[in-house]
Design a protein around this ligand. Sequence first.
Ligand code: ATP
Ligand code: MG
Length: 306
Amino acid sequence: MSIFCVGQAAYDITARVDEDIVPDQKYRLTTHTECPGAPALNGACVCGKWGASSYLVARIGEDACGTIIKNQVRSCGVNLDYLLDAPGVSTSFSFIVANGKTGTRTIFNFPSQSIEANVRFPEEAPDVILCDGHEPEATIAFTKRFPQVAVVVDAGTCCESTMQTACVSDYIVSSRAFVEQYTGKSLPQDDEGIVEVLHALGEINPGCKVAVTLGPEGLVYLEDNELVRMPAFPANAVDSTGAGDIFHGAFAYGLSRGLSFADCLTLGSMTASISAAKMGSQRSIPELDEVLDALEAHGIAIAGLR
Ligand SMILES: Nc1ncnc2c1ncn2[C@@H]1O[C@H](COP(=O)(O)OP(=O)(O)OP(=O)(O)O)[C@@H](O)[C@H]1O
Ligand SMILES: [Mg+2]
């Protein structure tokens, strides 16, 4: 059961400021959190923490942030043998302002340089590939090498690189921002409008399954061509940073364990809601048992995961 997470790794410094930021003000911070972050990395940490053979395929520099990331990610059980080989690259990092009153966050990200990276492949095919649109060349190289493997894309922003990876994905699980950028309009409220949007998303790679996550409003997807609205599990959200990344990590883990599409979405949803109640992204990943207990408390049993 191996999951390869291809995409971005970053170091996140999160400050909590429980009010709207306005120019020319000074804000005194009472708390801050530092930890590794970014979608592929967080997804890999969920899978590693839950005992899967989890591999991160990302560019990480030989610098201080890179060293901390590697140590912490390894301690989550993530294997780094297949990191992208991009000599001289510096590690991506982010400043994040989290508003603990609203549960929202604003991210300022310095990306790594996009110099060409060398991709290394395992001998055996992975069970699942989770990609976040940040390393399209590596993602496509993996899908060509292992054409039978299920590919999940965490489609966050509708840019060229995410579209390239979505085109080779069997599961397009996108954010509201992605679909709104893709369709060029706000997500409709009515069932008919949402179904139309989900169909449009499905045309990116015909035959793929699609869902759109809507933060605290939950998510929408199609089951036998019928619209399903899955509400979010209630959370006392203080910092939703990485909720989507953690959602996708749990989703990919579920796929690797043979769960149905709907069960993977439910598992992702509960995992993300628990994580939103804690500061930091990678630091807020719950244990699998905690997620299964919380699901059971809602009367939902997912067989075969204990
Ligand atoms: N405040 C919240 N309360 C409860 N559940 C949440 C909350 N925020 C997110 N979730 C859960 O996580 C899922 C994914 O969140 P969201 O749609 O915000 O992802 P995203 O847009 O990719 O954001 P990001 O990747 O930046 O975290 C939602 O569908 C929901 O199930
Ligand atoms: Mg996201």
